[in-house]
Design a protein around this ligand. Sequence first.
Ligand code: GSH
Length: 206
Amino acid sequence: MKIYDVEGFPNPARIRIALAEKNAKDKVEFVAVDVMNGEHRSEAFKTKNPDAVVPCLELDDGTFISQCTAITEYIDAAFEGQNLTGTNAKERGLVHMMNRRAEAGLLDAVGDYFHHATPGLGPDLETYQNKEWGEKRREVALSTMAYLNDILAKTPFLAGNNFSMADITAFAGLGFADFAKIEIPSNLTNLAAWREKVAARPSLAS
Ligand SMILES: N[C@@H](CCC(=O)N[C@@H](CS)C(=O)NCC(=O)O)C(=O)O
């Protein structure tokens, strides 16, 4: 199976972490996509992923799966190792809910700020920008950080007692916030402690 991505970008990082949690990174061929030169928007790439973003998974039978949440669902079911999406009905529901909150409220919000209120990927790729919307999304990212901080006062991980896909998504979101120069408020001490704990996992430390 293949993963089309760019190493170091926030959404591709989610999949690389998920694979590392499953000890499955060497079971996948990584195919580099030249995002900075717009390869992801080519017709050839859009036949693989009509969303025109990375990452994208290609199975050996030619099936393409995009969107990190969906790719992580596949990885979780396909490989042994740390469970990432919940082991029973309640856990699955909670993981999906918290993953969605971390994605929409943090990672995507930071991305919208980056693409709209900063030079983003540069003038060739940022063909439409709305600074006001970008600034609004920065506020959403900050309020989501505060929300996640409150959650982490009650549970060790975002969806309860176990590390999950929701933690991966939020961790990538904070990394993107650093890159986009959104300062993480220093009073969010639960979030900072959780981030340190997650960063020390072998899947991230490697
Ligand atoms: N919701 C998508 C987001 C994917 C995404 O936005 N990927 C970024 C890289 S981190 C991208 O390809 N950006 C290209 C662009 O903005 O043109 C997912 O979960 O996979």
